[in-house]
Design a protein around this ligand. Structure first.
Ligand SMILES: Cc1ncc(COP(=O)(O)O)c(C=O)c1O
Length: 388
């Protein structure tokens, strides 16, 4: 049994998330407050003992650990010659945009979605084509009609897909993904599937890798996976990109090397191998703990803040909460709550126009922090109601 009530002390450690004011409770950036799997720290300590931190190559054990983990947990057979190392999923996203589309092309995204997708498209001088998901009964679905319309436009050549969806919490079904894959294939749109959140899922559900779909899907896509997000070691910076399509993989690999994101740091291989080879029980227990945090949040909102609507969650540790009963200006609402109570959450509009009227709350923390956060939110809303 692992103790997820006991958190790592991250204040004043150059933590992007935790270097906030003393009275503030950060529930924004998508990393976790839990201590890592002990085997990860042990592996890093072993590397530390070498006491000279030179260049490393990617060992075969790194690829083998991914192949074995994904077979074990997701019943998918990845092949060694279809994989390349990348320093992160974000560097891979940007390389994929450059390698698989042209300047001025449109890149389609199903919004609300991870904010950095916007940057990767914009920074590489492509156009962002927002294809908003349909929001119904506190749940999101794909708008196939709109997607078809955008895919038919010859200038739109790439879809960046987020599976499971951050921040919408969906695990896309096989049928949904096959429909997307067929539309993309028929219209020469390549799919990049970002699967970094694959292992934080509700414990009664399982997630389906894009690579495990039909040949049409598999041969027209690049999948991005990593152990860093789900094992709380995002700062270690290591990931994998894979494709059954040799042409896609070759073009991608070329750009990744040109942008010098194809070599790992001194610690990342050992840490990743330790996580993937030893982390099954830790992940299972973590998922139960996060499920329980969501249960607490859901009960609390129903009882004390019924005007807030929690999006049905299938995956990720991110709660996507509809605040439109109070405000459609999520940035103003987020700043107000932070200023009045110290609770720091993410504002929804970061994830696309359709995120207006939502906030995102990171529940990968102790239950006692979740309780504290909800009390702060309640107090903040009381003050908001008095003023507005
Ligand atoms: C969907 C998604 N992709 C990628 C990342 C970051 O990837 P990396 O740290 O490997 O660059 C995140 C982090 O929150 C994310 O939510």
């Amino acid at each position: 049994m692992y103790n997820f009530d006991e958190l790592a002390k991250r204040r004043n450690t150059y933590s992007y998330k935790w270097d906030v004011k003393d009275n503030e409770l950060p529930m924004w950036v998508a990393d976790m407050d839990f201590k890592c799997l002990p085997e990860i720290s042990e592996a890093i300590k072993k590397r530390l003992e070498i006491n000279a931190f030179g260049y490393s190559y990617t060992p075969e054990e790194y690829y083998e650990a991914f192949i074995s983990f994904w077979k074990r947990r997701h019943n998918v057979e990845y092949k060694r010659d279809e994989m390349v190392f990348s320093t992160g999923v974000v560097p891979s996203l940007s390389s994929a945009v450059r390698a698989l589309s042209n300047v001025d092309d449109g890149v389609i995204i199903f919004t609300p979605v991870y904010n950095i997708f916007f940057n990767s498209i914009r920074n590489n001088k492509r156009r962002i084509i927002e294809c908003p998901l349909i929001y119904k009964d506190n749940r999101y679905e794909i708008d196939y009609e709109l997607f078809s319309k955008y895919a038919k436009d010859n200038k739109n050549t790439l879809l960046i897909f987020c599976n499971p969806g951050n921040p919408v919490g969906r695990i896309w079904t096989r049928d949904e993904m096959e429909r997307v894959a067929k539309i993309a294939y028929d219209n020469n749109v390549i799919i990049v599937s970002d699967e970094i959140h694959a292992d934080i899922v509700r414990s009664d559900l399982s997630y389906i890798p894009f690579y495990s779909l039909s040949d049409i899907a598999k041969n027209n896509s690049l999948s991005l996976i990593s152990a860093t997000k789900c094992f709380n070691m995002a700062g270690v910076q290591a990931s994998l990109a894979l494709s059954a399509n040799k042409d896609i993989l070759k073009k991608f690999d070329r750009d990744l090397n040109t942008s010098e994101c194809a070599e790992g740091n001194f610690f990342c291989f050992e840490a990743t191998i330790a996580a993937l080879n030893n982390g099954d029980n830790w992940l299972n227990e973590l998922n139960l703990y996060i499920d329980n945090n969501f249960k607490y949040l859901e009960d609390y909102l129903n009882k004390f803040l019924p005007k807030l609507k929690l999006t049905k969650r299938e995956a990720t540790y991110l709660a996507w909460v509809n605040i439109s009963a109070y405000s459609n200006d999520s940035l103003k609402f987020r700043d107000f709550i932070r200023e009045k109570t110290g609770l720091f959450v993410s504002d929804g509009v970061e994830y696309g126009k359709s995120g207006e009227g939502f906030i995102r709350i990171n529940l990968a923390t102790s239950l006692s922090n979740v309780k504290d956060g909800l009390l702060r939110l309640s107090n903040g809303i009381k003050i908001w109601e008095e003023i507005n």
